[in-house]
Structures are given as C-alpha cells and as structure tokens.
Design a binder for this molecule. Structure first.
Ligand code: HEC
Length: 274
C-alpha cells in the first residue's frame, strides 16, 4: 500500500514537473529547461517582444515599449527597396521607379534617405554649402504634385505666393507669434537648396520640422515649387524646359541659364578651446 502511494505521488510529481515545460507557440516563448539558444535573441516584427531571455542586461533594463515593435531603423541605414541616390535625369528616374525596364524593381525614392546634419547653426550652414544640387530634374509632373504639398504644408504660413503672408498670419485676428520667412525675398532666392532642405528637416524656431510629413522626393519637389514661385515673382522661367532663375537646378528637357547662385558664407570658426 505504502509503495502504491509512493508510486502514485511520484507519477503525479513527475507529471506536474513535466507540465511546467509548456511548449512554445507562435507568439509564446513557452517555458523550458535550460533555454539558452533554443530561441534566437531576435526581435519579431509587430509583437511585444518581452521575452525574458531576450537581453543580456539585468531585468528591467528595457521597458515594454522598448521591446515592442515596430522599431525605428538603425540610424544611417536605408531599408531594402528604398533609395536616395542621385539619378540625374528624368529617364533614369523612371527606371528606378520600375518603368521602361523589364527587369527593374521599383525602388521608392522616399523619406528614408539618411541626413547627416545635426540640428545646430554650424550644420545648418554646412548643409547649405554642401547640398547644392536638387537631385530631381524640374518636371511639370513634379511641380504639379508639389503645388498641393506646398499649399497644404507650407502655404498656410508662407503664403500661396511664397511672400510670407499665409492665412495663419494674414487673417485679421491672427495669433501666430512669428513672421514666416518671405520665400520670394532676395535673400531666399540667393539661398542654397540645403537651407530649404534643412528647414524642412528640422524647422526653425517656432516652425516645426516636416521630415515626417514629406518624403525624400516630396521635400525636393517642394523646394522646386518654391523656386518656381521665386521665378514667377521675378517673371523668370522655372519649368521642365527652362530655368532662368539660376544655373543650379536642371530642367528635365532644357538647360539652366540663370545667374550663378551665391554660395553661403563659410561657417564661422570654432570657438577657442579654453
Ligand atoms: C506654422 C507656420 C509654418 C509652416 C506651416 C511652415 N513654416 Fe517655414 N517658417 C515659419 C516661420 C515662422 C519661419 C521663420 C523662422 C525664424 O527665422 O525664426 C519659417 C522659416 C522657414 C525657412 C527659412 C529657414 C532659414 O534658414 O531661415 C524655410 C526655408 C521654410 N520656413 C520652409 C518651409 C517649408 C518648405 C514649409 C512646408 C513644408 C514650411 N516652411 C512650413 C513658419 C512656418
């Protein structure tokens, strides 16, 4: 009798111990004896990855939010299928978009382009000096698309004509605290493209950044559109066939014959180290 009780208790104990090792499911890590390397230390997309063994640091090093997906991409990297290369002319761009080539994979020219400038005055000037060329040629299509983008995102402050008299500031009882930059004033006509790109990425003072609203291509098309407004205010041409505003941006089917754009002054020397 004593033996039988012992056997039954032994079996029950064994079954109980065994039941502790629950199997791993799709989104469950399960419990297991000695879990090292049974599951890869990797993150799964779009699930909370709070698996207790998924980190080598102490408990509580990471918050649940940090362990959750989707995660931000590693800084400076470009996801597969996204690109930000200079493609010269409109025909080359079509190939990148999967047109005109039987084996082309459309790579979206989108907002994942790396941007190496920090949000400070020194880098702002450096960006203006270095980002000279608009990587996209001037096209009718691009300007059309950018008109809507400009009017929705920028025109409310900078004005439909670019004169800094957008509805938000020009309305009778406006509460907007600052004067949006007049885009058609001479200093902005002379300003390099990098100054615009930088302003879109980071904003300036009370203006917020628009890097999350406009993709890589959209930013550059909006800059084209602003150049177009500048040309219009001076009755110059800025379109697919001709650019008489500057010698910088290239029309898709023509040449840029405007005056040389004034380069930004060199950044001020670094303060002496004390
Ligand atoms: C809510 C109002 C507002 C919107 C919307 C807005 N801006 Fe601005 N922007 C401003 C103000 C105000 C300034 C002046 C900031 C300063 O110099 O203090 C400014 C300045 C700028 C400058 C000059 C930066 C410099 O280096 O001096 C550029 C370029 C610019 N904006 C581009 C844009 C573009 C492009 C968009 C749309 C994607 C946009 N802004 C949307 C308010 C706005």
């Amino acid at each position: 009798m004593k033996n039988a009780i012992g056997v039954i208790l032994g079996i029950a104990l064994f079954a109980w111990l065994f039941s502790l090792c629950s199997p791993a499911g799709v989104n469950k890590t399960g419990h297991e004896y000695m879990p090292d390397m049974y599951h890869p230390v990797s993150y799964e997309a779009n699930v909370y990855s709070a698996y207790y063994w998924n980190h080598w640091e102490g408990k509580g090093t990471f918050t649940k939010a940090q362990l959750s997906q989707p995660r931000k991409k590693v800084e400076g990297t470009i996801p597969r299928g996204y690109t930000a290369v200079y493609y010269g002319d409109a025909a080359a761009l079509d190939v990148v978009r999967g047109k005109n080539a039987s084996n082309a994979i459309a790579a979206q020219v989108n907002g994942q382009a790396p941007f190496y400038y920090a949000n400070n005055e020194e880098d702002r000037l450096l960006c203006e000096q270095e980002m000279v060329q608009n990587p996209f040629p001037i096209t009718t299509k691009g300007l059309e698309k950018a008109k809507a983008l400009y009017e929705v995102n920028c025109g409310i402050c900078h004005g439909e004509k670019g004169d800094g008299q957008g509805w938000l500031v020009a309305q009778p009882d406006s509460k907007y605290p600052a004067q949006p930059k007049n885009m058609i004033a001479d200093d902005m006509v002379a300003a390099g493209n990098g100054r615009y790109y930088f302003a879109i990425m980071y904003g300036k003072n009370v203006m917020g950044g628009y890097s999350d609203k406009l993709s890589f291509e959209e930013r550059w098309q909006v800059i084209h559109y602003i150049r177009g407004l500048q040309a219009k205010s001076k009755t110059l041409e800025y379109n697919e066939k001709a650019n008489t505003l500057s010698n910088v941006e290239v029309p898709a089917k023509g040449v840029a014959t405007g005056p040389a754009r004034v380069q930004a002054p060199p950044p001020p020397p670094a303060p002496p180290v004390k």
